[in-house]
Design a protein around this ligand. Structure first.
Ligand code: NAP
Length: 337
């Protein structure tokens, strides 16, 4: 079977190898992967960006894959051959608070991921694909989708009548946009591109900010939101955005700390947080239980992820380049054909 292998850190060390199809052991499910999607995290992983926290040699990269059950091992009762499934990002985090052991079970980093024609999963590491989604759409969900769902719904408790700000038009932010709209909240979205802002408007954005033109956008965003500071902000920028977010959040509001696209080290004015009673909540994807909640909500509301483009496997380099250049709007998927 075709298998992507990162022989050692460095994207140039990513090879397409031929490996035998594995046999499912007791409690295991063999999945024929039909598609996987890219996350910003994959760009880091390919360069060895997670250091000793990632498998150092012969890593099968990529965390988000979907396909169908090819075979089941002894004792598997939850799935049958032919059923369409998605891998859960943290294989062992089923529900409840996270542990370091759960974090060590992330696909495509600490352990092998989904960049192969066939992958083995423990029975508890899979969920069923909702019928309304294609395999490419299903593959878009595990990391970015569940992270946004955790931020907006499970941790954020966003409600109708609330307002939320989402940053940029990458995977996490567009899912957060869609979930917030589903809940009936007002959404302000930022982007570096006027063309992407037009697309956000067509998706129903209530306010828009070009963060390239307005680098200090915190107060401008509040103004654009009818002089209402935001109840919730989904933070993916890090260094260049956190202090702007703190200017835009209402007293008692919630900031979901998710990404560090502009840098990791922030000079934080603590009184902004303390005196305004702000909640800073780190988000780390989420457990399978919340993934299942999200999938049910998507099915009930016929919600589809925003797919930027689907590439074939032999175009993987172009797909990675597109993500690295930030040209995408939503999720980039790769068809495993
Ligand atoms: N904590 C977690 O569990 C978790 C899970 C998933 C992702 N993440 C992190 O979240 C971040 C986003 O991940 P992703 O997969 O959604 O990435 P992505 O799809 O690659 O998103 C990239 C987009 O973010 C926007 N962006 C870049 N710099 C920005 C800035 N300074 N301010 C505002 N927007 C900016 C740009 O949008 P425009 O082109 O519109 O400007 C860019 O196209 C990454 O740091 C990732 O590592 C964390």
């Amino acid at each position: 079977m075709k298998t992507l292998l990162l022989r050692k850190p460095g994207r140039k060390n990513l090879t397409l190898s031929d490996r035998p199809v594995p046999e499912p052991g007791p409690g295991q499910v063999l999945v024929r992967i039909r598609a996987f999607s890219l996350n910003y995290r994959d760009l880091l992983t390919l360069e060895g960006g997670y250091g000793s926290a990632q498998k150092q040699s012969d890593l099968i990269p990529f965390s988000d894959g979907a396909g169908e059950v090819a075979a089941i091992g002894e004792g598997v009762t939850a799935f049958r051959p032919g059923e369409r499934v998605i891998g859960n990002f943290f294989q062992s985090w089923i529900s409840g608070p996270p542990t370091m052991a759960h974090f060590a079970s992330a696909l495509g980093g600490p352990i092998d991921g989904v960049g192969a024609e066939y992958c083995l999963f423990p029975e508890h590491g899979l969920v069923r694909t909702p019928a309304h989604l294609s395999d490419e759409e299903a593959a878009a969900l595990p990391c970015a989708g569940l992270t946004a769902w955790s931020a907006v719904v499970e941790q954020g408790n966003l409600r109708p009548g609330n307002s939320i700000l989402v940053q940029g038009t990458g995977g996490v932010s567009l899912f957060a946009f869609q979930f917030a709209k589903l809940l009936g909240a007002r959404v302000c979205a930022t982007s570096s591109s006027d063309e992407k802002l037009q697309r956000l408007k067509a998706m129903g954005a209530d306010a828009l900010i070009n963060y390239r033109e307005t680098a200090k956008w915190g107060r401008a965003a509040v103004k654009a939101n009818g002089d209402r500071p935001f109840d919730h902000i989904v933070e993916v920028g890090g260094r260049d955005t956190l202090n702007e977010s703190l200017k835009a959040i209402r007293p008692g509001g919630s900031l979901s700390l998710i990404g560090v696209l502009s840098g990791t080290d922030v000079n934080l004015r603590l009184p902004f947080v303390v005196m305004a009673n702000i909640r800073l909540q780190g988000i780390t994807v989420g457990p399978r239980l919340h993934f299942e909640n999200m999938l049910r909500a998507m099915a009930d509301n016929d919600l589809h992820p925003v797919i930027d483009r689907v590439f074939d496997l032999d175009e993987l380099d172009a797909a990675l380049d597109r993500m690295a250049a930030g040209r995408h709007f939503g999720k980039i998927c790769v068809r495993m054909n």
